[in-house]
Design a protein around this ligand. Structure first.
Ligand SMILES: [Fe+2]
Length: 373
């Protein structure tokens, strides 16, 4: 007798006390030490339900087929319903009814084996040992699957973190060349997330906007330094090249396999559209502009205004808010500007906090370290 099986908890149900006693003795003499027996089907079901919910569930059930009140089939049906889909508790049907119909009915209704009375001890011992071995293998397989699932979840989280890290660094790389923009992409991401939250975009979209908005200017990788870093107004020809960053961004992000990249593509392609249709690249107007593009337009322009650029000094927050408000319904979506003003009114120090919160996360330092070791 293997120790694992000797430890098995076995429930015996038979309306004849002499049968429970006899079967109990056969199993005890075979080395099984944890046997519970009853002659009452309702009591058996109650014990089974209580045990399966606790730390020491039954490993096997032997039940009589013909009993007054509740038949063995009713008992099996109840026990099967109470057993979780991932678990396997074998049930042995015991009966003096030796007809093929009785056997078939028992086996099709959830019993795993069928033993006829009078009992033959060697047969009972073998069959019960076989069923307990099956239960053990089943549990080992389930535990193995559980471990694999945990492993897959861990790997998925790692992959997701790696993916986000790469995207973050891609955004940082695009920004790295423009020394004055600092943590512009991160602030645009943070403010865009706050605007999306104010506009009740839903938890998933808010998080996607927060991350995807950081890639809005990733296409600046394709803009030459002499234009990107020019300390003054651009000529018409230079501005045409600068505007190309939108198309480069869309091409870089096209056909992405994730919702995040798909949203980043939409943002890259629409963050320079204007509510009145005077923006680029497509001259879309009003709600023809994707909402995420409307949101990032507000966050991008506001952050650009309150920070220094090669071609301009930083504006005060008050000056910038005044200008943004003037552009409500012209450059910017009225409802996004309303959300922007709500966000600022709800937390007047927000912008200051945002500027300072990101001081420690210097993306240029991260990229420089990655490049130069
Ligand atoms: Fe841009």
């Amino acid at each position: 007798m293997q120790a694992a099986f000797a430890d098995a908890r076995i429930l015996i149900l038979d309306d004849e006390p002499v049968n429970t006693l006899l079967l109990g003795r056969i199993l005890t003499s075979a080395g099984y030490g944890r046997i519970t027996a009853t002659t009452d089907p309702h009591e058996a079901i109650a014990w089974f339900l209580a045990a399966q919910a606790g730390p020491e569930p039954f490993d096997l059930v032997c039940t009589d087929l013909h009993m007054p009140g509740l038949s063995g089939l009713d008992v099996v049906a109840t026990l099967t319903r109470a057993t979780p889909p991932g678990d396997f508790v074998p049930v042995v049907m015991l009966t003096a009814d030796v007809t093929a119909e009785a056997e078939q009915e028992a086996l099709t209704n959830g019993a795993q084996d069928f033993i006829t009375k009078p009992f033959r001890p060697p047969q009972i011992r073998l069959r019960i040992a076989n069923l307990l071995r099956t239960r053990t293998l089943h549990r080992q397989l389930r535990d193995h699957n559980d471990r694999l699932e945990v492993l897959v979840r861990e790997r998925t989280v790692e992959l997701e973190a790696a993916r986000l890290d790469i995207l973050h660094r891609l955004a940082a790389a695009a920004e790295y060349r423009d020394y004055t923009t600092g943590q512009h992409t991160q602030r645009v991401g943070a403010l865009s997330g706050l605007l999306a939250a104010r506009l009740d975009c839903g938890e998933e979209t808010i998080e996607l906007v927060r991350r995807a908005a950081q890639l809005h200017d990733v296409g600046k990788i394709g803009v030459p330094d002499r234009i990107l870093l020019k300390p003054g107004p651009l000529t018409a020809a230079e501005f045409r090249v600068m505007k190309e960053h939108v198309n480069v961004g869309v091409r870089l992000l096209s056909n992405g396999s994730s919702k995040l990249i798909a949203m980043a593509e939409v943002i890259a392609g629409s963050h320079h559209e204007r509510w009145d249709g005077s923006g680029y690249p497509r001259g879309l107007a009003g709600d023809a502009i994707p909402l995420v593009g409307q949101i990032v337009a507000v966050a991008d322009v506001f952050d650009t205004l309150i920070n220094e650029r090669p071609y301009k000094a930083a504006w005060s927050i008050e000056e910038a808010v005044d200008e943004m408000t003037r552009q409500r319904g012209h450059w910017f979506s009225p409802r996004v500007i309303d959300a922007f003003l709500d966000v600022l009114n709800a937390s007047p120090d927000l912008i200051e906090e945002l500027q300072h919160a990101l001081v420690d996360v210097d993306t240029r330092a991260v990229v420089a370290e990655a490049l130069h070791g």
